[in-house]
Design a protein around this ligand. Sequence first.
Ligand SMILES: CC(=O)N[C@H]1[C@@H](OP(=O)(O)OP(=O)(O)OC[C@H]2O[C@@H](n3ccc(=O)[nH]c3=O)[C@H](O)[C@@H]2O)O[C@H](CO)[C@@H](O)[C@@H]1O[C@H](C)C(=O)N[C@@H](C)C(=O)N[C@H](CCC(=O)O)C(=O)O
Ligand SMILES: Nc1ncnc2c1ncn2[C@@H]1O[C@H](COP(=O)(O)OP(=O)(O)OP(=O)(O)O)[C@@H](O)[C@H]1O
Length: 545
Amino acid sequence: MSINEQSGAAARMRPDVVVPRSMGQILAALPAGLPPVQLVGGGDNDDGAASITGVTIDSREVLRGDLYIAVPGTGRHGADFTAQAVAEGASAVLTDDAGLETAAAALRGTGIPLYRAAPVRDYVGPLAAVVFDSQPPRDRPILFGVTGTNGKTTTTYFLNALSAALGLSTGLIGTIEIRAGDTAIPSALTTPESPQVHGILALMRERGIEAAAMEVSSHAVEYRRVDGVQFDVVGFTNLTQDHLDLHGTMDEYFDAKAALFSRNRADRAVIIVDDEWGRRLARRTDLETVTLSVSGGSPADWMVSGISRVGLGHAFTLEGPAGEELVLRCGLPGIFNVANAALAAVMVLATGTTCQDLQRAAELHDPFTTEVPGRMQLIGENPAAIVDFAHNPDALALTLESVRVPQADSRLLIVFGATGQRDVSKRPVMGATAARLADVVIITDDDPHDEDEAVIRAGVLEGAQGAKDAENLSCEILEIFPRAAAIDQAVALARKGDIVLVAGRGHEVWQEVKGVNLPLDDRAELAAALTRHGFSALSGNRIES
Ligand SMILES: CC(=O)N[C@H]1[C@@H](OP(=O)(O)OP(=O)(O)OC[C@H]2O[C@@H](n3ccc(=O)[nH]c3=O)[C@H](O)[C@@H]2O)O[C@H](CO)[C@@H](O)[C@@H]1O[C@H](C)C(=O)N[C@@H](C)C(=O)N[C@H](CCC(=O)O)C(=O)O
Ligand SMILES: Nc1ncnc2c1ncn2[C@@H]1O[C@H](COP(=O)(O)OP(=O)(O)OP(=O)(O)O)[C@@H](O)[C@H]1O
C-alpha cells in the first residue's frame, strides 16, 4: 500500500452513520471563542437544508456530502484542488483569504456554498468533531494520548494490551496501524490529519470501543491534527534530539509537546520526570498531574524499583504515593521498555482502575510482553538478531546498551543509516554513538527520500570515524549499500554468541527513494540472511511485507 493509499484508507475509516446537518447547524455548534465563519458565495446551505456528512482537507479523499476545507500547505494551497473536491462530491467549501479567489473561480456555476474563515486551520478539528460527533460526553472510548520523542508506539501497544487484559475492547491510532476493534489498516502518519482522527474516533464510538490509545507526534500538535480532541489521560515519555528540521530548537520542540498538556486538550497527565524536559513539563502544565520516575533520580508520585533481568526482559515494582505496590514484568528488552510499561500502567490507574484489578490483569495476561512490530523484535536467537526502530541518537544509544551482552567474546554488530531530508545534525551524532557502543558499525541507507544517499552516509560516517579517531575506539567501521547487502554482510561477519542489530526502520516495508517506494523489510532481509549463512531464524515472526 502506498502512502497515498494508506492515507485514503484512513480517510474512509469513518462512522457508518453520520447525522446529515446543514452548515448553519454545524457552525452554530462550534465552540465559543472561534470568530464567526462567513458565507461568501454560492448556494443556500446556510438555511437549514441537511447536507454535510463528512469533513476533509484533501481533495483526493472527498466523499459525497463532505465539507472540503482548503488549507494552505508548505508547497501549495488546498484551494487549487477545489474543482477535484467538487467533482468527488463535496457539498460545501471553506477556505481562507489566500484561497478565496481560486476556490470561488472553481465553484462558479455549481451552486456550492463557499465559506471564509481565518486562520482556516483553527476550524478544521472543531468542525470535524462536530460533523462526526467524535467525542460525545457519554458512550465514547476512554482516550489515552502518548507523546515524547521515543516510546510512543510501544506505550500505546502496552496501553491497549493492558486495557484488553482488563476486559475492555480497544482501538489504536499510531505509527504502525490504525485499528477500531477488528478493523485495522496500516498507517501513513504517526498521527493522521484531524478530519481522519475525528472520523476514526467516531467509528470507535459507533463500534462500542471502550478504550483507545493514540500516539501524538510533535508534528501533530504543530499541524493542528489533534485540535478538537479531548484526551482523558495524556502521557509523556521523554524528550531528546529529533525533528529539529521542523522545530528549530529543543525549546520549540518541547513547546509543541507541552501544548498537549493543557485543559483544552486533556483531563489528566502522567509525566515521566527522569529528564529535565519532563520535570519542566510537570511544573508547567495546568492539568491534574501524576509524576513517574523509573531511574529513581527524581522524586515522583510513582517510582519504579527493584528492576531485575528476567529472560530478555525485566521484572520491576511500581510503588505509589499511598504505599501501593504493583509487581510487574516487561518481556521486551531494554530498561526503556520498563519505562514504557510503567507509564502505561500509571495512565490506566489514572482512569480509576484499581491496583488490585491491574495486578490481576497483569498476572493473568502478561500485557507488557505483547509483540510490538519492529520494536526490539527478535528474528534469530544465536546470533541474537534483532530489528529495532531506533532512529535518533538517544534511542540508538539506549538500544545498543540494552542489547549488549556482558561477555568478552560476544560482539555487537549494528546496521543502520539516517533518513534523508530530515534533521541533518543527528547524522554524525548517531555515527559517533554507534562507534562508541558497537564492535562492528555498518553504515548504510535508510529512507533517502530525494537526497543523495552517498551524502547522507557521509554525514553518519564522519561522526563514526571522528569518534573512533578522537577516542581511540577499537570498532570496525564499514560503509555498505544497498541496505539488504549491508544486512547480509553483518550476518556474514557474525558468529554464534554475537548480536546483530538492524536499527532505524522497524516495521517499515517500503524504502522511499526519490519518490519511488521500493519493497524492503529489515525483518525479512535479516531472516533470509540468517538462513543463507547457516544460522536459523525464528519461525512465527510477524513479518508483514
Ligand atoms: C511536513 C508535513 O508534516 N507535511 C504535511 C502537510 O503537507 P503540506 O503542508 O506540504 O501540504 P501540501 O502538500 O502543500 O498541500 C496543501 C493542502 O492541499 C491538499 N491537497 C494536496 C494535493 C491534492 O491533490 N489535493 C489536496 O487537497 C493537502 O491535503 C493539503 O491540505 O500537510 C499534509 C496534509 O495536510 C500532510 O500529509 C503532510 O505530511 C507529510 C506527508 C509528512 O511526511 N509528514 C511527516 C513529517 C509527519 O507528519 N510526521 C509525524 C511524526 C514523525 C515522527 O514522530 O517520527 C507524524 O505524525 O507522522
Ligand atoms: N522510552 C523510551 N526511551 C528511549 N528510547 C525508546 C523508548 N521506547 C522505545 N525506544 C526506542 O525507540 C524506538 C522507537 O520506539 P517507539 O516506536 O515505541 O517510539 P515512538 O515514539 O513511537 O517513535 P516514532 O515516533 O519515531 O515512531 C524503539 O525501537 C527503541 O529503540
